[in-house]
Structure formats: C-alpha cells, structure tokens
Ligand binder design. Sequence first.
Ligand SMILES: [Zn+2]
Ligand SMILES: [Zn+2]
Ligand SMILES: [Zn+2]
Length: 259
Amino acid sequence: MTLTFLGTGTSFGVPVIGCSCPNCTSADPRDRRTRHGALLGLEGGNLLIDTPPELRLQLLACGIDRVDVVWYTHLHADHVHGIDDVRIFSTRGRDAVPTYVPEEMEDELTGRFPYIFDDRVKVPRGTTRPRLALRSYKEGVPRQVLGVEVIPFRVPHGPEDAFGFRAAGLGYVTDAKRLPGPAREVLRGVEVLVLNALWLGSPHPTHFNVEEAVEAALEIGAERTYLTHLTHKVGYRELVEWLPEGIRPAYDGLVVEVG
Ligand SMILES: [Zn+2]
Ligand SMILES: [Zn+2]
Ligand SMILES: [Zn+2]
C-alpha cells in the first residue's frame, strides 16, 4: 500500500495570506502546506482521505488520475470543501463514487451540499454534478474497502469528534486532541502512524501540538510516524531536528510505502 500526502497544512494553509514569517516566506517547498488530504493506493484502487479545498491542484501535482473511494474523517471545511473536484471521477462514464462518512455526520454533509445529494435539485441539461454514493461508518465496525479492512475509531476534536482509522499496517489520525483507549487498542502494532500536530509550544483546545503528538506516537510505538496538519509556526527543517528518531514531519507530495 502506498500513502501519498496530498496536503499537510492546517485550515489556513501555509503560507498564510499576508504573513511574512520565516516559514511563510521559506524557499523550501516542504514548508508549503495545502489543506489536509491524503491518498491510499490499494490493490483494489485509490482511496481518497478527505476532499480539501485544493483537491484538484493536489491531484494534479501528485499525478493522480483516479479516485475510487472517498473517506471522510469529519466535516470541517478544510477537509470537505473541495468536494466538487470529485466530479471528474463520476463523469467519465463511471459509477457514482462510494463515499464513506461517519454515520452521525451524514445528515450534515447532505444538508450542506443539496446540489450533490438531493435528487430533487435538478441540474440543467448538459451540465454535471458529482455523483457520490454515500456509505456510513461507525466506530469499531470494520468496513471492507477496495480489498482492505478499514477499522474506524473516534478521537476527540473539540465540540465534535473526528474519526481515525486503521488499514492493514497503517494508522491514520487527523484532527485529534488525544487518543482514547479504544483508538490506542486499534492502533496497537501499526507499522506506519500518521498523527496531526499544529506547532511546538502552547496546547490547543482541539488539536495535538507537536509535543502531545510525539507523546502519543511514542506510546503507540510505530516504526515510522509522520506528522500532518501543521501550521506556519513550525518549519520542516526545524521539526526534523527537533523530533525524535522514527518521527518525521510529512510534507505535500511525500509518498510512503506501507507493508
Ligand atoms: Zn507565517
Ligand atoms: Zn477539524
Ligand atoms: Zn482540520
């Protein structure tokens, strides 16, 4: 399985508009972070994790020309609002794209995009809209997706939760404040772990900072851990020097083999 990091930035993206800090003006391409998205290359096809606002640009940059399944971690705008870019994959004479969403968030997603999910909304002749076949998932109930068992688990993320998952040797967690017991249970023994982290220093109410992510990573003990959802307050090189062995910052376009 290959994991491609499409976007590794927090909701503002990096560079932040109007900011002249060293990371926003860095010449290192690894300091340019679009909003959160990733792609799992599986035997049965490509699974897209979230649909961030820069989705089309990310897929073009990474040379990805097919998406077979979409998997949402939660519905914050930076993870969802590129949803229309999935349209190309359902207009090429193919079926609707299976789209997994946490059961409790299904109504919110369909309510936010009636032009996609409400059949009563008619599209004019000769125009298209994304065709997504909704499938819900629940914590602890494995789903077979593209030939792989995906096990979702709940992680606290402020007033609402987000969902991480395990797929074979990969554990993937974005937008978590901590890893509750059931999450740690599922993640036990993963080879590659992905965790969100914002910055070094003060704690944030709904996200891991880097220190908290490192603590969680060491507890899970994966061979390799990658940090994503990073802000402009931390640079790639600075992080590489700061992080313990086995934990690395991800960057847009990074491809990792799992298994
Ligand atoms: Zn900045
Ligand atoms: Zn979020
Ligand atoms: Zn987010």
